[in-house]
Design a protein around this ligand. Structure first.
Ligand SMILES: Cc1cc2nc3c(=O)[nH]c(=O)nc-3n(C[C@H](O)[C@H](O)[C@H](O)COP(=O)(O)OP(=O)(O)OC[C@H]3O[C@@H](n4cnc5c(N)ncnc54)[C@H](O)[C@@H]3O)c2cc1C
Length: 388
């Protein structure tokens, strides 16, 4: 078993750390306050090749793998979860396309993604189909050389700015979950309406959106995976990709927790009360020790799970364990780090207030903690005791 990063990975991580600290840290509060997407950060990430890290070199990426990609994501998440999400998102829909789409889509789309010129949102969740993703009602009905899409999506991240939406739809409504497939819908297609959701708690420079599809016609060439009867792996195939994605959520949480921890550590070495530095008070020292134990445990789980995905042996149970441990840990740790700043931590002048709000989303999106625990329990007991 090898826990060492390669020299290249160390260089990549250190370069990402410098980039995050020197160019992203200072403006993170501004994007949040103004609810603004950090366009300049995205351009910088594209210039440096960070948006094609896990894309195969034949499509213009560097094929670095998920461990390397998420070393970068972790460093950025330490200072700005929003900007880390830009790199993370390049690993979600593009990986589904890389692994499951026909060659003509891979060749056309992936080089543009790697250059940062194409964004693809994931439109899966619907008002009545959240944790139960198989309960979607959106339909894709064949009409000559087109499909006609009808239905509604909710919580589509970056749906307002994405060039394409990867839409989960029922291709064969009578086939239940197995009739679900995925199809790409271009922004601006007649019949597609996008509505931004307001009042978000954290990561406020990224928008979630409702998408309304009213008889939206899309060329049949846009199909990524078909539901049955045309293709028996329609629904199941893309799900494997989410093994990597959900660990990615864990790594983003890990980055926020590590960033908060470092801020608290530095403050505790200068702040004095009762004639003592905070770092000399045993109760607080133990809190920090406990936090470090949790952070390191999450790091081991996440990178082990990612290494298995890179090795072509994804372990769904370990991916769920890593996601739950890291995201739940990060909520606790960021709040405890906020506590170290006393009253100052409660105000938005310090990053802690933003970090506590930002990290909250990660136990929900990408599969909630409870649904991950259901998957873990299924691993323990098989399907006995579940209704699935
Ligand atoms: C910031 C953000 C970004 C998102 N981005 C996207 C996106 O880009 N694309 C997309 O398609 N979706 C996205 N989502 C949607 C997200 O995946 C869903 O919110 C999530 O799957 C939960 O679904 P729900 O909100 O409908 O909650 P529900 O499924 O209604 O769950 C409500 C509560 O019940 C619990 N619960 C549900 N079923 C069970 C069960 N069987 N056992 C125990 N507990 C259970 C849940 O854990 C939760 O606590 C995003 C959500 C958020 C908050």
């Amino acid at each position: 078993m090898n826990f060492e990063l390669s020299d290249e990975q160390v260089k990549l991580r250190d370069a990402a750390r410098r980039l995050a600290q020197d160019q992203f840290k200072d403006k993170a509060a501004q994007w949040d306050r103004n609810e603004q997407f950090p366009e300049e950060n995205k351009h910088r990430l594209a210039e440096l090749g960070y948006l094609g890290l896990s894309i195969d070199p034949q499509y213009g990426g560097s094929g670095a793998g998920l461990v390397s990609t998420y070393l970068v994501v972790e460093e950025i998440a330490k200072v700005d979860l929003l900007t880390a999400m830009i790199v993370h998102d390049q690993n979600v829909s593009p990986r589904i396309i890389a692994n499951h789409a026909p060659a003509h889509l891979r060749q056309r789309l992936l080089p543009e993604v790697a250059k940062g010129k194409l964004e693809i949102s994931i439109a899966w969740t619907e008002p009545q189909a959240g944790s139960d993703g198989s309960a979607i009602r959106t339909t894709a009905t064949r009409d000559g050389d087109h499909y006609v899409i009808d239905g509604q999506k909710v919580f589509t991240t970056f749906g307002d700015r994405a060039d394409l939406h990867l839409v989960y739809a029922r291709f064969a409504p009578s086939k239940g979950a197995r009739g679900v497939g995925t199809i790409l819908v271009e922004r601006g297609r007649p019949g597609l309406k996008v509505h931004k959701l307001e009042g978000k708690m954290g990561v406020r420079g990224a928008c979630e959106n409702e998408l309304f599809f009213d008889q939206v016609r899309v060329p049949a060439d846009n199909v990524v995976t078909l539901g049955e009867p045309e293709h028996s792996r329609g629904f199941v195939a893309p799900l494997n990709i989410y093994n990597g994605t959900r660990v990615g959520m864990g790594v983003m949480a890990l980055g926020v927790a590590q960033g908060a921890f470092e801020l608290a550590r530095d403050y505790m070495m200068v702040r004095e009360q009762f004639g003592q530095k905070l770092c000399e008070m045993q109760g607080l020292r133990w809190m920090m020790a406990d936090m470090l134990i949790e952070i390191e445990a999450a790091r081991c789980l996440c990178y082990k799970a990612l290494a298995l995905v890179d090795a072509g042996r994804p372990d769904p149970c370990l991916s769920s364990i890593a996601k739950v441990q890291a995201t739940e840990m990060a909520q606790k740790v960021t709040m405890q780090c906020q506590q170290m700043f006393g009253g100052y931590g409660y105000f938005g002048l310090l990053p802690l207030e933003r970090m506590v709000r930002d990290v909250r989303m990660l136990t929900i999106t990408g599969g909630t903690t409870q649904t991950q625990k259901n998957l873990i329990a299924s691993h323990i007991f098989g399907h006995q005791g579940t209704r699935a």
